[in-house]
Design a binder for this molecule. Structure first.
Ligand SMILES: Nc1nc2c(ncn2[C@@H]2O[C@H](COP(=O)(O)OP(=O)(O)O)[C@@H](O)[C@H]2O)c(=O)[nH]1
Ligand SMILES: [Mg+2]
Length: 322
């Protein structure tokens, strides 16, 4: 995705930069962090061990996570011993340590070799528990990829809930892409098989698959996802090329625990962090990177079709502290 695609027209007729869009998404997190940082530094001129402890608390309040916050503060403590400085240096150090955590997860990303022509369509499965924003993300992602000039088809493989396909049909219309579905209760793998055939017939570049978040039992759900994987890989070499796990930022540390189980069972290659706009605990991306070690690929920043941004560690960290 190029930078242009990540910008949106603003009211003045210009384009809002990616940083501005990230900043808007984490506005309440940034405000709360900066209030806390200001009060820590207003109280003292020099950075002492006590101010570092308060700082760690501030990071935990933003949902950066206990482990990640501890690690960041310990590294900063050591660095300050070697290169003492004021509040500004400290802020820079924190930023670089936070980036380092995100970049560590980024290293687990699959190399993005251009798929051979035989690997068409590029298949993206979107998974996660109920209500996290899977269907919404499928619609936004279809719009994003289509905006790059590629042809997209979406697949309604959440056949468990009758309303799921209707909801996806609305998104297909908004994104102006074709939807392949079947009657409620159909075998999701059969729907996927149909969708792959349709994508082939139309020479589509990408196929995005919406899946169920809940079945009668969790082992049923995992077995079903596994079956879909098999169908995809049998039909298209290397597929599914991406399995995106959607995590709701508002659920914070609880959602993270859930995601851990999911990530292991569903062989997830990347994460989508939704509803960042709805929380003052927007530091959760750091906790997720630390705990799961899986790269964050996109963030959801609202309910509109444009509200999906490709994740950038640098821009994200900048937007938290700017
Ligand atoms: N504010 C906000 N709401 C979102 C975002 N993504 C999804 N939602 C909302 O979350 C709710 C559940 O979304 P849905 O896509 O149906 O979740 P699913 O059950 O995982 O498919 C809907 O009301 C969406 O509008 C986001 O990034 N920001
Ligand atoms: Mg859904």
């Amino acid at each position: 995705v190029n930078d242009q695609a990540n910008c949106e027209p603003d009211r003045a007729g210009g384009r809002t930069s990616l940083l501005e869009r990230f900043k808007r998404a984490v506005a309440s997190t940034r405000e709360s962090l900066s209030l806390q940082l200001n009060s820590i530094f207003a109280a003292r001129r020099e950075i002492d061990p006590e101010s570092l402890d308060s700082l760690q608390e501030a990071l935990i309040t933003a949902d950066i996570g206990v482990r990640a916050s501890f690690e960041v503060i310990e590294r900063v403590r050591r660095r300050l011993g070697r290169e003492p400085g004021g509040a500004d240096q400290l802020k820079q150090m924190i930023k670089s340590e936070l980036r380092a955590i995100l970049e560590m997860a980024e290293r687990n990303r699959r190399p993005e070799a251009p798929p051979p022509p035989s690997a068409k369509p590029y298949i993206i499965m979107v998974v996660g528990v109920n209500g996290v924003g899977k269907t919404t993300t499928v619609g936004k992602l279809a719009h994003l990829i289509r905006g790059e000039g590629r042809q997209v088809i979406i697949c309604a493989a959440d056949t468990f809930r009758a309303a799921a396909a209707d909801q996806l049909a609305i998104w297909a219309e908004r994104a102006q892409v074709q939807l392949i579905g079947q009657r409620p209760g159909a075998d999701p793998s059969a729907v996927l098989f149909d969708a792959i055939a349709a994508a082939r017939a139309r020479n589509a570049d990408a196929l995005i698959v919406d899946t169920a978040g809940r079945l009668h039992t969790k082992s049923n759900l995992m077995r079903e996802l596994e079956k879909m994987r098999r169908v995809a890989s049998r039909e298209v070499p290397g597929a599914p090329h991406e399995v995106l796990l959607v995590i709701d930022a508002v659920t914070g540390q609880n959602g993270l625990e859930q995601a851990k189980h999911f990530a292991q069972a569903a062989r997830v290659t990347g994460l989508v962090l939704t509803k960042l706009d709805g929380t003052a605990k927007g530091g959760i991306a750091i906790a997720i990177a630390k705990e799961l070690g899986i790269p964050i690929r996109y963030i959801g920043t609202g309910e509109h079709i444009e509200d999906l941004l490709e994740f950038s560690a640098e821009t994200y960290v900048e937007s938290l502290f700017d």
